[in-house]
Ligand binder design. Structure first.
Ligand SMILES: Cc1cc2nc3c(=O)[nH]c(=O)nc-3n(C[C@H](O)[C@H](O)[C@H](O)COP(=O)(O)O)c2cc1C
Length: 252
């Protein structure tokens, strides 16, 4: 025992437990998933069913929250970040973002492959989506942009997403702020530019990105980490309009 505690003493976190008294990681016990529960033909239809179930359950505050991962080539360096799913259509999953300066934009310029991961904790469900990403047209992006509150439309124009904001320096060279003032100035500039205008055009560098799935996995947590997992893999087809999927159970 002494050996065990000595070996973990330098760790800031070790085997964190859930809220339970027994001090062990929580078990997943709320459901089970069998092949017959799933839509046999379409993972997108299946996602829609699960998404609506998450919304209806009242247990998942924002089921549209997901993690978007991209990877830069040739380095292979991966980056991921939370985003909101804004649209689902028969082709795929649409998110909105900056495609001028953000890291995702840089990654996607070199590599169109991307993934989305959803985690609906209180339902003990995870969904993974992998596919190629492509930008929506300006017209499509404008439709969504118009639904955003004015402040968010101004914000999209103002932010050079993920660029470093340099502190303002006074006459003595001392930093007068931490960089926020630069952003505030950009916002002010944009406010002036669109003063009195109700209709704001969507910026060229901003808009929708559709991830067109090649593979989708549905995961339901089970006791003892013996989870139920099913993956749909797109079958190769000469006809682009026909989408056929192979559905298989995966080992947890
Ligand atoms: C819950 C949540 C939702 C977010 N939704 C979006 C989104 O829909 N679009 C977006 O561009 N950034 C969103 N963000 C911010 C991103 O996580 C990220 O900071 C930003 O997109 C820059 O990332 P990048 O430079 O790696 O591309 C969200 C952050 C959180 C925490």
């Amino acid at each position: 025992m002494a050996l065990h505690s000595a070996s973990v003493s330098s760790k800031l976190i070790f085997a964190p437990a859930g809220k339970e008294d027994h001090g062990q990681a929580e078990q997943f016990t709320r459901g089970a998933l069998t092949r017959s529960d799933l839509d046999q033909a379409s993972p997108i239809r299946q996602f829609h069913i699960w998404f609506e179930a998450a919304q209806r359950s009242g247990l998942v505050a924002h089921p549209e929250t997901c993690c978007l991962a991209t990877a830069s080539l040739p380095s292979g360096r991966v980056s991921s970040r939370m985003v909101y799913l804004k649209e689902l259509d028969p082709q795929g999953f649409v998110i909105y973002s900056n495609f001028g300066t953000s890291k995702k934009a840089q990654d996607l310029c070199t590599n169109p492959w991307a993934s989305l991961t959803f985690w609906w904790e209180d339902l003990e469900r995870q969904v993974r989506v992998e596919g190629r990403a492509s930008r929506l047209t300006r017209e499509e992006s404008q439709k969504y942009f118009d639904t955003r509150v004015r402040g968010s439309r101004i914000g999209a124009w103002s932010s050079r997403q993920s660029q470093v904001l340099k502190p303002i320096r006074g006459d003595t060279g001392a930093e007068e702020d931490d960089g926020r003032k630069v952003l505030d100035a950009w916002v002010e500039e944009t406010e002036k530019r669109f003063e009195g205008e109700q209709d704001i055009p969507v910026p060229d560098f901003w808009g929708g990105l559709r991830i067109i799935p090649e593979s989708m996995e549905f995961w339901q947590g089970r006791q003892s980490r013996l989870h139920d997992r099913f993956v749909y893999n797109k079958k190769a087809s000469a006809d682009e309009t026909v989408q056929e999927w192979a559905l298989e159970r995966l080992s947890p």
